[in-house]
Design a protein. Structure first.
Lengths: 252, 521, 252, 521
């Protein structure tokens, strides 16, 4: 474990460990509350915690801001994230690759369950796109269908199958006690149950999503905040190429 | 206050166009009812409770009507007939109607006058419940007073009504004037109102009559402790728009988010359905003197806030016309708008102020509701807090009435207690530190602010001309508002729309419309 | 350990443990950095950490904001803070008690070492006072001498002795690597060395001071941010009364 | 830009009174020198290095002079005599003078003209070092450009110069235009400048020539990488005011906090001493075209920002007069002021804007330095960030030149990397979002803002009348500025003040004053 890869928090000197923590406790301000906040911070591994704010925030709660020197660190060398591994392609490269495929890639997207947040999936699929970059609809390479929001898993699966989708793009924005995970996982299970999981690429996206989580839920890839349409396009075209190259699974 | 130039002629023209648009819709409304309206009437007459599966009796009753194709007569027709026929009370009548095996069809021999007479005391009692709550509100506001404008409006959204009550009290302690309990994500698509206190909801808490009571009790308690009347609000929208309006009226809520267009565009609720529901809900609201909030702010989450600013103004004119037709005075019309321009755009603050000021001047008697930045918020809570500070400044500078306070954690989660505390602290600071800034100058007639205000009004006028020509139905279908397209018969809940029968009976509506002795329409 | 006294962080539901943590790591933004930040947060006892901000803050550093559910708690029942225990007296009560003593209480204050922050000690001692409350100079009960800032310990001790001070009031504002503590402790040692520690009340104040710390450094009491002159006056008059009541230590 | 009313007559009157005040002090200055000035001269002639204990040779040399009562002749006198007498170079001469046992008294036989001749090439070389650095600055600024105003000024203060360099680069990356390395707490009381790179300091880092170099190198590197010339600043104040000015000039610093009154009031430095040092430091600074920053902002940490606002303005007039007498053009006078009103006071923002705008207009050619809220900051970093946001808004609205950015952790610690990053992000946002706000309106002639501006000017005028009548010495003694009282002969460093001898020799000063061949004064 070399010193470069062992990361500690940086305040204003290498390795000083300085972090900022804020929280609320059910206690009223005073000497005891300050001591409680200190001990609370210490329990997290903050040395010499300094309680810089202690303000009554309700009839019974106090809000604290604490600075302290964290004793913890992270070994960066031991981090092996499942990198998306998608090549960065230009728009022309995507179009070129699709031309070589000899057909359009069919994608079907939706924001599922009771989630009504279309902006994310629209950003990826619609002509209008995101941050000045046009969406998949604008590519010759894709035949893009955006089913909008509040789409039930069953409906999405059925429509995707009917359209012969190469890929299903699921957007999940809302969460509370992990409901976004459950709904996403349920779609995968549904398609697995229907026996065509290996014939479709499943992508998951949203502000709480990353590649690691999406893989864990049974998707092929995950896309988080700030994703641009081209990244998704590049991933899809390469993945379809890869799948066309390997022997087709027999129809069941 | 620093004024932007407003061409009064153009405003008049906008109002005239909006009136046409609303009247067109009103014609449809006046000829229809919905299952939602009828359930509301049933509840108003005292139909209460739910079965073991949670299906409210009001639903069971109206579903039965609907199956028999009799919704167009009005639930009151049947309740009245049962009462006239000797039923002990409304509840008993309703149970019998819902679960009995009578066919629920209008009999040729039905004496409409007699059943109306039988309903009369129940109609009066229903109206009295609204009036009683309203008078209590007036009394408490008078006794305790309310905070200065902009009123500080915050949301709570734990999913659990008891936690919500804790948070609501905390919010009041920290200085809020209005507390909203955000609804669970899927509720607007439910075609019934859940019963009782609820403790599980995603993204918010279910709106139920019992939940309204719990929050009202909590807020009344702190209002007294703090010597300031803290207002309560919730959502009267979705498939149960009018039922919730009724519950809100009798549980003494003070405001309601109440806007058919929100449901149409963002929840894919059928337009006919929700326009009809909206009308009835507003008749209740008007009687109750609840302040409504409309949802134009939401347009700017899907459409660009610079390019589509005029759609917000055009929509406000239309919604003013809708509200007027439901008997609301301007003082109850909390038209909505929002601070949603990309903060990194040069002079974005000037553009925001221009629109806020324009809206303030055009709707000068209206308790304008001003919404914070949300779309361009990121997880950088520190920066987000500053973004909200500029919003607060624009709010006090342009004299907004009701300010929904931004939360620094907007892009992360529904607000924690601490987030709300800090938001209120910041608003208090800025409202104080810049209290009279708006009195200190006039906007230059040829400046960016004035020019922007002028442009928005011009564009709104042009848009209203289009909408008036094409109708609201066609305009919504073409994606004019929020960049979202919906069709007249598409969306959820259309099956619940029914043409009124010649004998359609709704004495409650008659009273609310101001012709208590009026016959069927 | 009752449930009322065991405090966990409160986000929006009792016991949800929600806290907010911010810090900087020497790594550039990306999937690995996000994972590093998560692990860093987990090391502090944050479950399900959500990295809500990851922004490049320098050529080599990234700034993070994380929310997570802290597993830690504090047993409030086990907190025994050394409460200052000073009675809350009114101004009149202070004056009355001093009248009974039959003499003025002599206090000498200074901001010591290289510290030039006079505002704190002025707030307590000067006529002008703090937050609308006048300082010790304004009381008949006190004979107050404010030596100002940048006063060396030796000079302060000598002046206090010469004036026959009942109490020495030390203000310490600046700190970096605990220099405020060292300077404060040094004064106590100096006076102890000179053999008159038991004849003088030593008070320490400043934004980083609390009663616990002051006692640990050998002072009689400590006063933190927001202290009002009357609190100090009340403490002093009671403490002098107490000391007059007990047998005087013999002169050495 | 939105203007407040300024009575030009009153401004003229203030300037005339301030001129009297400054001329009185200048008379004293012109008759004296100090050990600090002489050490600076020695350094300029090339006296370098320190002994094993860290005592710089310049100190050893001037201390020797001082012990012998010969400071009034000027160190140049002795160096010149040694050179004329055949010393190989200045360094050798200095060592011999410092450590030798010659008595260091003026000999009657000394040929003043000869020793001046011997110094001439060294004087020229010294001036060339200043000019070289200045020209390099001009070149780099031209090549890389500088950011738009308000310039974003941030501090670094780790105590360790290498960490400071890391932080300085980070600050530049995050968008700062100017980086200041804050000084260790006790340095201004030291009567010598430490040697070499330093890694231990409380509350800041020592100002040393080597430390200046390290930061300059770091900033030049990032300036090139970012394509924007990032400026460096430090403190030329305290007992080594003029030595530091020399070091800054030759190491190409771009700005300096340089203000005798700060030292007097906040560090208890003797007034005569520091006024003399200031004058000499400014002759160097003027040649170097460094921008000075004055410290009126500090007054409002000990005195109330509402009641004593006029003391800041009065002081700015006086400091303008001082600076003029040292050859500084207005473009180099970064007069200081601050945003220190209690934020919870109603309309505090209006009062802040009034003063900022007034100062901006009166000193219209001056690169005004605007300081953030500090005194009313608390440990609530979230709220503190909002407080700074309002300061940023006031800054861009009133067109301040140099804005020292507030830090949300002001009440906690010297800034962490993250604190600075967020501060810069916030300033960028607000400067952009409200870029042209000031062009959008005029302040009402009878508004709170205009009235406040008028009052401050009136009060400043009255105060200047008093100061002119009483003299600056008496005024400072009576606590007019910052509520702090100091006496003319009290404070640190008075022993280092010496009356110039008739033969006082300082060819460097002669050149800087613009009369290179001038004789003894
Ligand atoms: C706009 C918005 C709305 C609009 C949505 C309009 C619409 N048609 O989309 C309206 C006003 C209708 C709305 C309503 C509600 N909202 Co909302 N809303 C937002 C808001 C402000 C912005 C979301 C957004 O548009 N972001 C911009 C897009 C471009 O970003 P994105 O979604 O992350 O998408 C990007 C990536 O994630 C990725 N991506 C996303 N999906 C996919 C899919 C694939 C396949 C791929 C490859 C990539 C990808 O690419 C996109 C481009 O980079 C957020 C707060 C915020 N600032 O984040 C709250 C927020 C999401 N909403 C929230 C809530 C609670 C609600 C409500 C439930 C509140 C209520 N009870 O009334 C309602 C109900 C709606 C519902 N049932 O879904 C919460 C969610 C809390 C949580 N963590 O669960 C948030 C965080 C606000 C808050 N702090 O409370 N909302
Ligand atoms: C005003 C101020 C100054 C003024 C001081 C003027 C003066 N004559 O006092 C000036 C401008 C001169 C100044 C200079 C510096 N300052 Co300064 N300054 C502040 C500031 C803004 C406010 C302090 C203040 O006046 N607080 C108000 C008083 C009333 O509060 P208080 O001191 O806490 O006192 C109360 C209690 O603590 C208590 N109390 C205090 N003392 C005592 C004593 C007794 C016996 C009792 C009973 C009670 C008591 O009662 C008081 C009333 O309630 C703080 C930041 C902040 N907002 O806190 C920085 C701050 C303290 N300064 C700081 C620094 C670094 C400096 C400098 C070293 C910077 C530099 N290198 O140039 C210089 C050097 C000065 C020096 N050597 O001391 C840092 C300290 C960092 C740290 N934690 O160590 C701070 C925190 C700013 C920062 N974030 O960097 N400063
Ligand atoms: C007018 C209006 N109604 C309703 C809602 C949300 O309620 P729901 O999605 O629960 O119908 C909003 C949310 O912003 C709104 O603005
Ligand atoms: C003009 C001026 N000089 C100097 C300083 C501080 O420097 P020191 O205390 O290191 O002399 C300040 C600090 O605010 C200042 O404003």
């Amino acid at each position: 474990m070399s010193s470069q890869t062992f990361l500690r928090a940086y305040g204003d000197r290498e390795g000083d460990g300085m972090v900022q923590l804020s929280f609320t406790l059910t206690i009223l301000p005073g000497d005891r509350a300050r001591e409680a906040a200190k001990r609370f911070a210490e329990a997290h591994g903050l040395k010499h915690p300094l309680v810089v704010t202690m303000e009554q925030a309700s009839f019974e709660h106090t809000y604290f801001v604490v600075y302290g020197k964290s004793v913890h660190g992270v070994d960066a060398a031991a981090i092996h994230v499942e990198e998306l591994g998608a090549e960065a392609l230009s728009r022309d490269e995507v179009e070129g690759a699709a031309k070589a495929l000899g057909r359009k890639i069919v994608v079907v997207g939706a924001c599922t369950g009771s989630d009504a947040h279309t902006v994310g999936i629209d950003a990826i699929l619609n002509y209008k796109g995101f941050r000045g970059e046009k969406g998949l609809e604008s590519y010759k390479a894709f035949d893009a269908h955006n089913l909008g929001a509040q789409v039930e898993n069953a409906e999405l699966a059925q429509r995707a199958r009917a359209l012969g989708a190469d890929a299903i793009l699921v957007s999940q924005i809302i969460t509370q006690r992990d409901c976004h995970k459950e709904n996403a996982r349920a779609l995968v299970e549904l398609i697995e149950g229907q026996g065509w999981r290996d014939r479709v690429i499943l992508l998951l996206g949203g502000p709480r999503i990353d590649n690691k989580l999406a893989r864990a839920l049974g998707f092929d890839a995950g896309f988080g905040p700030g994703t641009l349409p081209l990244e998704v396009a590049a991933y899809l075209v390469r993945e379809v190429e890869r799948r066309e190259a390997r022997p087709q699974p027999a129809m069941r | 206050m620093a004024k932007v130039p407003v061409d009064a002629e153009k405003v008049l023209r906008c109002r005239a166009l909006a009136a046409d648009v609303a009247s067109d819709v009103q014609t449809m409304i006046d000829r229809h009812t919905t299952v939602g309206v009828e359930r509301t009437v049933a509840r108003a007459y005292g139909v209460e409770g739910a079965d073991a599966e949670g299906t409210p009796l009001a639903n069971a009753l109206v579903d039965k009507l609907h199956q028999h194709g009799s919704t167009g007569l009005g639930v009151a027709y049947f309740l009245g007939r049962a009462l006239a026929g000797g039923a002990a009370d409304v509840q008993e009548a309703a149970e019998r109607l819902a679960f009995g095996d009578e066919p629920l069809l209008a009999g040729d021999a039905d004496d409409v006058e007699a059943l109306r007479r039988a309903l009369a005391p129940h109609t009066a009692a229903a109206v009295l419940r609204i009036d009683g709550a309203r008078d209590e509100r007036v009394r408490l506001k008078g006794e305790l007073g309310v905070g200065p404008e902009p009123l500080k409006y915050v949301i709570v959204a734990t999913g659990n009504i008891h936690d919500d009550a804790t948070q609501a009290k905390a919010a009041a302690f920290a200085g809020s004037d209005i507390v909203a309990v955000i609804r669970a994500t899927a509720q607007s698509l439910l075609d019934y109102v859940p019963e009782g206190a609820t403790t599980e909801g995603y993204g918010g808490t279910f709106a139920t009559q019992e939940n309204f009571k719990i929050i009202r009790r909590a807020l009344d308690e702190v209002s007294r402790a703090l010597g300031r009347y803290v207002q309560q609000t919730n959502y009267s929208s979705g498939l149960c728009m009018s039922e919730i309006a009724w519950m809100a009226a009798v549980e003494r809520l003070d405001m309601l988010l109440n806007d058919a267009m929100y449901g149409i565009l963002f929840r894919d609720i059928n337009m006919e359905r929700t326009f009809i529901d909206q009308y009835f809900s507003r008749r209740v609201i008007a009687r109750s003197r609840i302040v409504i909030n409309t949802g134009e702010d939401n347009y700017l989450t899907t459409a660009d806030a610079v390019e589509r600013a005029h759609t917000v103004l055009a929509s406000q004119f239309i919604k003013e016309a809708f509200a007027e037709r439901a008997g609301l005075v301007p003082e109850l019309m909390g038209l909505g708008h929002a601070y949603e321009i990309d903060p990194w755009l040069e002079d974005s603050f000037l553009l925001e102020v221009a629109q806020a000021q324009l809206v303030r001047q055009i709707f000068d008697r209206h308790p304008i509701k001003w919404m914070p930045p949300t779309k361009h918020k990121t997880g950088d809570i520190f920066h987000s807090h500053v973004h909200d500070a500029m919003f607060n400044l624009a709010g006090v500078l342009t004299g907004q009435s009701i300010e929904l306070l931004g939360m620094f954690s907007e892009a992360v989660h529904t607000p924690l207690l601490m987030d709300r505390y800090l938001s209120l602290k910041s608003a208090k600071y800025i409202f104080g530190a810049a209290r009279h800034l708006g009195d200190e100058f006039e906007w230059k007639a040829d400046g960016k602010v004035a020019t922007r205000a002028r442009t928005i009004l011009d564009e709104a006028l042009t848009l209203l001309e289009d909408v008036q020509r094409e109708s609201i139905w066609a305009s919504i279908a073409s994606g004019v508002f929020a960049d979202v397209k919906r069709t007249r018969t598409g969306g959820k809940g259309h099956a619940g729309v029914v043409r009124r029968d010649g004998r359609y009976t709704n004495p409650l509506l008659d009273v609310l419309e101001g012709h208590p002795s009026g016959g069927a329409s």
